[in-house]
Design a binder for this molecule. Structure first.
Ligand code: CTP
Length: 396
């Protein structure tokens, strides 16, 4: 979904981060047109943004080199989004009061596209009452305010006012563009591996990066749903706007799911739950000796089956990672666990990779989602769920 984005840059140290933001947006296929205020050019040169965006950078309101000297005003007329990052206190104050005295503020005033603003300023400037009033005014006028974050600042202070990181801004923009297919829905998702303790330092786990589950959590949140993400141990960052509950064992995952499932419209079970836990766990580290160590393993509860087979269940989506007979095993699993939808994939193609290809199994049959980045697969899965859900709900 390629979009046309006008990226406004105002004067602030965070302007250098917008170079990375430009790169991320361009890499995702969007066309980026950069507009810099005069102050912004003191921090980073237009040449940097020209090289990264592949488009001319606009800095002045009057341009005698084009026949219609106001042509660049049209920039935002064709844009899908006008994003200003970093947005200084001065810029925010001008926009809040309808002042249009340079190219960027004129574009804001004359735009037909939506406006998103990522403030970046010193802690005191952020908290300054006039600035707070101006930010409120922007919100009231329909602008999307992204951030700021708290942290150490260029001036040496620590506090609120840092611009969001380029990766976060990129995620926010991508999320904003997604259709709100699951608006108002509450979705519970499990992801990652579980870890079954043997002793104080050892355990049994499954191979699972958590990437697919986290990509789905992000896609579901992008689609406007409220997401609770129950995650086994992974090093992945929490997707924007998801409530995350960290767990280790299958038993802990089950408890977290039981706590939240009643308030959920959908349950998406992506976690690679260990099938067994260790009965003869040791509180202390087991010292090695010459003897054979025997572990007694007992089956873990099937979290998905317990939710799907309960009275009045949410819409349940299961996963099946198989190494052979994908469709046959997948469909058998779907029937056994009474799932309206199951996502089947081959372990060989999915594990740890950034890409995946899957087959969706539902009452209508099979639907192949060809190889794509996991985030893209997640978005297509969300679209499929959004098509099935109303029908399923109606039939209950
Ligand atoms: N699942 C679960 N709790 C378990 C085991 C699995 O919630 N204790 C969920 C997974 O999150 C996934 C689906 O069930 O959505 C996987 O089904 P399962 O039959 O457990 O897969 P395998 O363990 O691979 O089963 P098998 O060994 O029979 O292939």
């Amino acid at each position: 979904m390629q979009k046309r984005i006008v990226l406004g840059i105002t004067g602030g140290v965070a302007a250098y981060k917008s170079a990375e933001l430009t790169r991320l947006l361009v890499k995702a296929g969007h066309s980026v047109h950069v507009v810099m205020t005069e102050a912004a050019t003191e921090f980073v040169t237009p040449a940097t943004f020209q090289a990264l965006s592949g488009n001319p950078v606009h800095t002045a309101l009057w341009n005698s080199s084009v026949s219609n000297s106001m042509a660049h005003i049209n920039l935002t007329r064709e844009a899908d989004l006008l994003l200003v990052a970093p947005a200084s206190a001065n810029f925010i104050a001008k926009v809040a009061n309808g002042i249009a005295d340079d190219l960027l503020t004129t574009l804001v005033a004359a735009r037909t596209s939506p406006l998103a603003v990522a403030p970046a300023m010193n802690r005191q400037m952020w908290e300054n009452p006039p600035n707070q009033r101006n930010v409120e005014q922007l919100k009231e006028d329909g602008a999307l305010i992204l951030g700021p974050a708290s942290g150490s600042q260029a001036c040496g202070e620590v506090g609120m006012g840092r611009m969001l990181e380029p990766g976060q801004l990129f995620e926010e923009v991508e999320a904003w563009f997604q259709p709100k297919l699951l608006a108002g829905k509450r979705v519970l998702i499990t992801a990652g591996p579980t870890f079954e303790r043997i002793d104080a330092v050892r355990g049994i786990t499954n191979t699972s990066s958590g990437k697919m589950g986290f990509a789905i959590a992000r896609a579901v949140a992008e689609a406007g749903a409220t997401v609770t993400l129950v995650a086994g141990e992974t090093a992945l960052a929490t997707p924007l706007a998801c409530q995350r509950i960290d767990v280790k064992s299958a038993q802990e995952m089950l408890s977290a799911v039981q706590t939240h499932v009643a308030a959920s419209d959908l349950f998406i079970s992506v976690a690679a739950v260990a099938d067994y836990y260790v009965l003869n766990q040791s509180e202390h580290k087991i010292k090695k000796d010459a003897h054979i160590l025997t572990l007694e393993l007992a089956p873990n509860p099937d979290i998905l089956a317990s939710v799907a087979c309960a009275e009045n269940p949410p819409f349940c989506v299961g996963f099946a990672a198989e190494s052979e007979n994908l469709l046959e095993y997948g469909e058998a699993k779907r029937k056994r666990k009474q799932l309206p939808l199951l996502v089947a994939n081959l372990v060989q193609t999915a594990m740890g990779a950034d890409d995946n290809e899957v087959i969706l199994l539902d009452d209508d049959g099979q639907h192949r989602l060809p190889r794509a980045p996991k985030q893209e697969i997640a978005r297509r899965l969300v679209a499929h769920i959004a098509r099935l859900y109303p029908r399923w709900k109606e039939g209950r």
